[in-house]
Design a protein around this ligand. Sequence first.
Ligand code: FES
Length: 82
Amino acid sequence: MSSDNEIPIPQKTPCVIDEEPGKKAWCTCGRSEKQPYCDGAHAGTGMTPMVVDIEEAQTIAWCGCKRTCNAPFCDGSHSQLS
Ligand code: FES
């Protein structure tokens, strides 16, 4: 398992998306080409996506930097990145 500092940073801003209800798989490994969602790129890393069940339509700020302390949502931690 790699340390947190080795997880790629796909972007330094949240992915703000108007979501419809349903299950969403948030990328935790930082390797997906379909941020903020999993595309299977975690294969071989030992990591798995975080599956979230969105119960009602809403706008979500998904963490795009993978450094949030409130995964899978942005908590502002990206502002600490250089
Ligand atoms: S984008 Fe990761 S904490 Fe905001």
